[in-house]
Design a protein around this ligand. Structure first.
Ligand code: SF4
Length: 510
């Protein structure tokens, strides 16, 4: 009985390194790793040892005989990845020949994280305790003698793991437990509720450490740039997600669910997350860690339909297959494709078995009459409207409808709430250069341009793409650059030590 990787796969590839028969692909060395939605286990090579299941930080690996409900699809998805021609993992050019069984070859020992013995421990500050910052901390604490100062402006650590993961994805949130042990590591000191730029300056932080790594993520969201976007009733998905995760900076009454229909602009995984939360039976969310005020509003609210508005067709939607599959198994929820353009059905019908659009095969299609009330009484539904963009948010004091492109006219979709889910965007960080066009800090392999001793990791480094696990390789690159600079002697010498920094923080917090 083999194992399979399922929906919550975080792509951090911890499982790859523990598999004794190299049957998990793509590996970080394979070109497909950078673009894959998830990793896969070859059922023909798996020897059922369970090592990957033990190592997985998000409980995504399960024995085939323990897959239930919608998870059963993952037996087929894992196997199909290896089935293209029987010799290569499917559809992924540049991946190596099928391995199995193929025992890891032991190469020369590598000491790329070991500094010369005449080095004292480096003192590294990391700003941000989300996944990117914590992968960097983990690398430094496990592989060097560095002392790490962890700083977060919020009173609770965790960043997007704490405030960005949907409450009905507890397995994904579990990765936070892996990170949490590094917050209290004997060589780590954690300062919460400490804002760089308010309590201490970037210069002061740098003056008390050998190096500073910024892992501040992408703090804002991209705007639609259409008339009416600032009406009450238009809320960013970032705010909505933070609201149901009890983010301390989002008010309990920030979201009003008194409307029967919600339009979500965007077709990425965040859009699917918020749609799923909006149409789920609130009782299934009770006890998940969802904010009390959000649960109360979902219970009180009238939402029966969520319209997912996507500029592109179903073959190019930004969401991943696992997240789309999860929608198909929501109890009491119907899926419908607004068949307003013949190209939509054609793309779904023409999709190959492993294409994203094929997941929507069998889903009901009809040209929706937006003047009718949403859905069927007693049921909730999600409507996919592809090849359509918002033109304006209509209303007076509040939001009444969204005018959209597509079809022969520009129909108005009546809705009292519009969620903007068209992507995150990095914000300028005090004391660092900033590229307005990309919303990132200019850098070379994590080294901030023109700031010796200053580094970036995560979304502020590479832009807002890639899930939790993508930060593992990103952090390894940044930490590698930092250690190379330490060896080369190019890190500026700090003026103050840990005691001076503690005193400074105490003074500023008074
Ligand atoms: Fe590899 Fe063992 Fe996991 Fe199978 S169960 S994929 S052999 S680590």
């Amino acid at each position: 009985m083999a194992f399979a990787i399922t929906q919550t796969c975080c792509n951090d590839a911890t499982c790859v390194s523990v598999c004794p028969v190299n049957c998990i692909h793509p590996t970080p060395e394979e070109r497909a790793f950078g673009s894959t939605e998830m990793l896969h286990i070859d059922p023909k090579s798996c020897i059922d040892c369970g090592a990957c299941a033990d190592a997985c930080p998000v409980d995504a690996v399960l024995p085939l005989d323990r897959l239930t409900g919608g998870q059963r699809e993952y037996a087929r998805i894992n196997a199909a990845y290896f089935e293209q021609d029987g010799t290569k993992p499917s559809g992924e050019e540049g991946t190596p020949a099928r391995p199995g069984p193929n025992f890891h070859a032991w190469g020369e020992p590598s000491f790329d994280r070991v500094l010369p013995s005449d080095f004292g421990p480096l003192r590294v500050a990391i700003v941000g305790t989300g996944p990117a910052g914590m992968y960097a901390a983990k690398d430094l604490l496990l592989h060097t003698r560095a002392e790490v100062t962890l700083v977060d402006r919020l009173p609770v650590a965790g960043g997007l793991v704490r405030y960005g993961v949907a409450p009905d994805h507890p397995a994904t949130k579990k990765v936070g437990e892996t990170f949490a042990r590094f917050l209290t590591h004997p060589r780590a000191r954690t300062y919460l509720d400490l804002d760089v730029g308010t309590h201490v300056t970037a210069e002061e932080l740098a003056a008390h450490h050998d190096a500073v790594i910024y892992a501040v993520g992408a703090a804002t969201d991209r705007r639609l740039g259409i008339p009416g976007e600032d009406r009450p009733g238009v809320v960013s998905a970032t705010t909505f997600v933070a609201w149901y995760n009890a983010h301390p900076e989002v008010a309990a009454d920030a979201v009003d669910l008194s409307s029967e229909r919600v339009v979500v602009v965007g077709n990425g995984n965040v859009a699917l997350d918020v749609a799923r939360i909006l149409v789920s039976d609130p009782e299934t969310l009770a006890g998940t860690g969802i904010a009390g005020h959000a649960l109360a509003e979902l219970r009180r609210g009238k939402v029966r339909e969520v319209v997912l508005l996507g500029r592109r067709g179903p073959e190019h939607a930004a969401y991943t297959r696992p997240e789309l599959l999860a929608l198909k198994h929501l109890p009491g929820v119907d899926l419908l494709i607004d068949d307003h353009d013949p190209r939509i059905g054609a793309a779904i019908d023409a999709a190959g078995p492993r294409d994203k659009a094929a997941v929507l095969r069998g889903t009901a299609r009809e040209a929706v009459d937006w003047s009718l009330p949403p859905g069927t009484a007693g049921r909730r539904r999600i409507v996919f409207r592809f090849l359509s963009s918002p033109v304006a948010v209509c209303g007076g004091e509040d939001t009444r409808a969204v005018r959209v492109t597509g079809g022969t006219s520009e129909p108005e979709i009546p809705a009292g709430l519009v969620l903007r889910a068209v992507g995150y965007r990095g914000a300028a960080q005090a004391g660092l250069p900033f590229d307005e066009a990309t919303g990132t800090v200019p850098h070379e392999r994590g080294r901030v341009t023109g700031r010796p001793g200053t580094y970036v990791v995560g979304w502020i480094k590479r832009g807002p793409s890639g899930g939790i696990g993508a930060n593992r390789a990103c952090a390894a690159e940044t930490v590698g650059s930092l250690l190379a600079d330490a060896v080369a002697g190019t890190l500026p010498a700090p003026a103050g030590g840990p005691k001076a920094f503690r005193r400074l923080v105490r003074r500023r917090r008074r």
